[in-house]
Design a protein around this ligand. Sequence first.
Ligand code: ADP
Ligand code: MG
Length: 376
Amino acid sequence: MEFIEDFTPELTVKSPGRINLIGEHTDYNLGYVLPTAIENQITFRFQRNNSVSTCNLYSLTYDTGFTLDLNMISKSEVEWENYILGVLNEISKLTDRVKGFDCTVESNLPTGSGLSSSAALECGLAYGLNELFGLGLSKMSMVKLSQIAEHTYVGTQCGIMDQFASVMSKEGHVILLDCKSLEYDYVPMDIRPYKIILLNTKVSHNLASSEYNTRKQECQKGVDVIRKKHPQVNSLRDVTLDMLRPHKNEMGQTIFNRCSFIVEENRRVLAMTQALKSSKLEEVGDLLYEAHDGISKLYEVSCPESDFLVNFSKDYDAVLGARQTGGGFGGCTLNLVHETAIDDFTTAAAKAYKDAFAIDLEVFEVRPSGGTRIVG
Ligand code: ADP
Ligand code: MG
């Protein structure tokens, strides 16, 4: 693309990926989550190009770009373009101050690995345009418009966690977010001498987004059944196991399993918050294993590769706990590993994984980090 040749960016924005310590699939059920941004991120560089409505975007990661006209935004056949187009479409509903611009994106965040490169892409664009054109959008409105962009242009009916974590995170903390009220609290994450180690299965099942929407519908079916008896219930957030159990036959085993996972997962997020605050590290680890068990057996969004790595870690006393993080069907497992045993554990895991699946495991350490920011 031409603009790349002599690009003199006037604004640089960094937009991070995230991990979710616990609370999977609870966001769209209006429950609790406990995510944080990580240091891996997408870097955006912007310049205004003095045109009225012509925008050029280039992904250095994919070595491909496209041009769009702000007055004629519509869905694209190319997946990544829809994250950009969706955000521009949502911004255009709020303001007409965006004019022509050029933008590059460059990432050191594995895509499709449960670390939410998608939210990093949406939120970094919104954040950059807000600054470049003085749109006056609040952080929360950028979070929300990015979420809606993913619904309308990409077609994933995601909750609000990923965008919230990408924008709002604070170094050294996880965020306890109530996805119903959107109230939140920064919880210090001090797990010394343990570190957060991600093992990337490198499996990214393309059924993920369709299964994601199916899970959302299954939860809604459960709510519909419970509402007949408890009309005050609006989401699984309002449901307890005691309310759920009598409806098992009526909703059937599958829907019952989905609902009980969500109800239990909400409880685990609150228990995890307490365990972190009181430095009960054994409990932190146990909750991770318990959560993975539900992810795998009740919510059925794991895969053999993730199950293998989580089970493998159970043989190591130096691993407090582990689970698959993110929407599911692969991506990364999150492991809390004693700092003296990281090499031993990850070397053994990589060998066992290679033997079992013939895939080279990717291993990296992450730290709770700050949210989307302007760096120049
Ligand atoms: P995750 O959010 O877990 O990484 P998703 O499937 O939700 O997985 O989002 C990944 C998609 O986001 C990619 O397939 C691509 O369309 C888009 N994307 C992420 N990073 C980039 C990038 N650096 N350049 C272009 N598109 C990207
Ligand atoms: Mg995503």
